[in-house]
Design a protein around this ligand. Structure first.
Ligand code: GYE
Length: 339
């Protein structure tokens, strides 16, 4: 939904084109009025400036998620002035809704979450708004039409990521006809929808690219492996796996090797994330190209929370900048890679 922007700013970005949409009316209104009325009754009034934050995480499905959780937990610490209540929704929307309701009941100062899927959030976000608790989205988007239901959304441009993958495939592999199988992320999740769209956009003009099969592997290594086993049974002419994350690509590697084929050679692999295990497989030649998705959202989240609680204006959309890696670039980057 935010993907039409091509703006790419740094994490601390100043100029995201959409950022101007951080309308004074909605963000400072939601932040100051709601935040301070909540503070009066919540723990913000008691222990000085401690900000209580309820964070509902998607789950623990991938290396990316582990790095993202660590970044949030390492940043929203007591030393930094936060009281973090963290819950893992195990990739279930109902668990996230339950967690958000519990944060509302506890009267936290701010709620932050990474929505497992895009749709179905309006009712619970409206409840948070009525309770005067500002909400910040991290990582994944919601498809709510009413953008006063949240203060800000920090995360990557997933359509752009899919386009970067598709452009590389089109330029480097599809100089002759290739059959592609796609391992999609969680059905209904913003990164699954957008990475699919981006890849299709970028390869639409290249008649050499044919997507012969596409199924969800739910962003996990185990499901990526199982789905790839099915693809290998159904098709004997697969040239490329496009996986929406490294973990599913790593699962596909296992399936390809078990079938007696050589990943990266007999069947090429392109993924998204660039977490350590994926980068190692790229350096080893088992994956051919990775588009990065930066999971280190903690510092930006902390910054936005402080501003919202202080009643300052915040950018409605903060676009995280991503890079991409070839094998040579992965070998160079690995020794100093943070995640
Ligand atoms: O790419 C994947 C994780 O939402 C960007 O979720 C995130 C995605 C990430 O499971 O590995």
């Amino acid at each position: 939904m935010f993907s039409t922007t091509k703006a790419r700013t740094r994490l601390t970005g100043v100029l995201a084109g959409v950022a101007v949409l951080a309308l004074a009316a909605c963000s400072s209104g939601g932040g100051s009025t709601d935040g301070s009325s909540n503070d009066a009754g919540g723990d913000g009034g008691g222990g000085g400036d401690t900000i209580s934050v309820g964070f509902s995480q998607v789950g623990a499905e991938s290396g990316w998620r582990a790095a993202n959780t660590k970044s949030i937990q390492d940043t929203l610490t007591a030393e930094n002035g936060f009281d973090l209540k963290f819950s893992d929704a195990q990739q279930k929307q109902e668990n996230q809704i339950q967690a958000i309701r519990s944060y509302i009941a506890q009267g936290v100062d701010v709620i932050a979450f990474s929505p497992v899927v895009e749709s179905g959030w309006d009712a619970v976000l409206e409840e948070a708004k009525q309770a005067g608790i500002p909400v910040i989205l991290t990582d994944r988007a919601v498809d709510s039409e009413d953008d006063t239901l949240y203060e800000s959304f920090i995360g990557s441009d997933f359509v752009l990521e899919g386009e970067m993958a598709g452009d590389w495939v089109s330029e480097n592999l599809a100089t002759e006809p290739i059959n592609v199988v796609e391992l999609q992320g969680t059905t209904g999740a913003a990164p699954a929808i957008d990475r699919k769209t981006g890849f299709e956009n970028a390869t639409a003009d290249n008649p050499n690219v044919t997507i012969i099969d596409s199924q969800t592997g739910n962003f996990t290594r185990a499901e990526g492996k199982t789905v790839m086993e099915g693809f290998l049974q159904a098709h004997d002419d697969i040239d490329l796996v496009y996986a929406h994350n490294d973990d599913m690509g790593l699962g596909a590697i296992e399936a390809i090797e078990a079938a007696g084929l050589v990943p990266g050679e007999d069947i090429k692999i392109v993924t998204v994330d660039a977490v350590k295990d994926g980068m190692q497989a790229l350096a080893d030649g088992k994956i051919n190209f990775i588009v990065e998705c930066n999971p280190l959202l903690g510092p930006d989240l902390a910054d936005i929370i402080k501003k919202v609680v202080a009643g300052e204006e915040v950018e409605k959309r903060i676009v995280v900048k991503d890079e991409s890696f070839t094998q040579e670039q992965a070998i160079e980057a690995l020794p100093t890679r943070e995640y």
